[in-house]
Design a protein around this ligand. Structure first.
Ligand code: ZN
Ligand code: ZN
Length: 287
């Protein structure tokens, strides 16, 4: 009988819980458990050694073996390759933060495994077996919080910055696969259009940080400026006119990359002046 773990796709468990549930080893990317007749696959995205990714609804999972060419007849690569004909049930987990295992679901081999060229643990180019997997029951992968994906990407970017030019060229040159695409959840803040429009009008065509005219006009002939919250909404900032400024794309990117205190102070002063008055005749003037 197929092992049926009490997990829903998207559930997060610890390595200990995973080990107890499946009765498998606590280590490795492919864990065979005889007691539950299962093979647990761990796609650990915090290890940049493998390029495990979703492409067209299939999860392309790299086999095991960290040095030299991988062998299809080796260990659990063999179990997975033979899984259409053996009684083993295959389960997939993905890891974006160390120690947190997100259950993706039960999977089957969707197509024949293929080889790809990828650097090994010493950066040497070698052949890796990739297994295209399909979820059972679910058409699509569970949604992962975008912050989690972003956090992991930033971590991998930091590691990439430490590589020598030679190492980087070697790794980049060997990537031939398509970009992965997966489902994610994002928090979308519903910003007030009147506040944004008023901030843009008050800026009067020039960036409120560098004070230069907007770099181009949009298709309606208006100066292209982007609105920005000085104290970010995600950090408790309010969507109000005294927290909103209009910036050129360059300064906007700078605020998100650096968020310098001196720039924030300057923008706060500008935003505090984003006030307006009604004249005796009912007109509005900016002051
Ligand atoms: Zn600017
Ligand atoms: Zn912004």
């Amino acid at each position: 009988m197929t092992f049926d773990p009490p997990l829903q796709p998207g559930d997060t468990i610890s390595n200990r819980q995973l080990t107890e549930l499946f009765k498998c080893s606590s280590q490795g990317g492919m864990r065979r458990a005889h007691a539950t007749e299962s093979l647990v696959l761990i796609a650990d995205h915090t290890l940049s050694l493998y390029e495990n990714r979703w492409i067209d609804g299939r999860f392309h999972f790299s086999g095991i073996g960290t040095r030299g060419d991988q062998q299809l007849g080796f260990s659990q690569n063999k179990t997975l390759a033979e899984s259409p004909d053996n009684p083993v049930s295959v389960f997939l987990f993905e890891v974006f933060e160390s120690g947190r295992y997100i259950f993706t679901g039960r999977v089957v081999l969707a197509e024949a495994p293929y080889t790809a060229s990828h650097p090994d643990i010493e950066g040497r180019c070698r052949s890796v077996w990739v297994f295209p997997l399909r979820l059972i029951g679910e058409e699509r992968s569970p949604r992962i919080a975008e912050e989690l994906i972003q956090k992991n990407r930033s971590r991998n970017e930091r590691l990439a910055r430490k590589l020598s030019d030679k190492e980087l060229v070697k790794r980049a040159a060997n990537i031939k696969s398509r970009a992965g695409c997966r489902r994610a959840t994002i928090n979308v803040y519903e910003k007030n259009v009147y506040v944004a429009e008023l901030a843009r009008r008050k800026a009067n065509g020039s960036c409120q940080l560098c004070e230069q005219p907007a770099p181009f006009r949009d298709r309606h002939g208006r100066a292209f400026l982007e609105t920005h919250h000085i104290t970010r909404i995600s950090e408790g900032g309010e969507d109000t006119i005294d927290n909103t400024v209009a910036l050129c794309p360059n300064c906007h990117a700078k605020m998100h990359a650096l968020n310098l205190k001196s720039d924030c102070r300057r923008l706060k002063k500008k935003a505090a002046r984003n006030v307006y008055q009604h004249t005796l005749f009912g007109e509005v003037i900016f002051c």
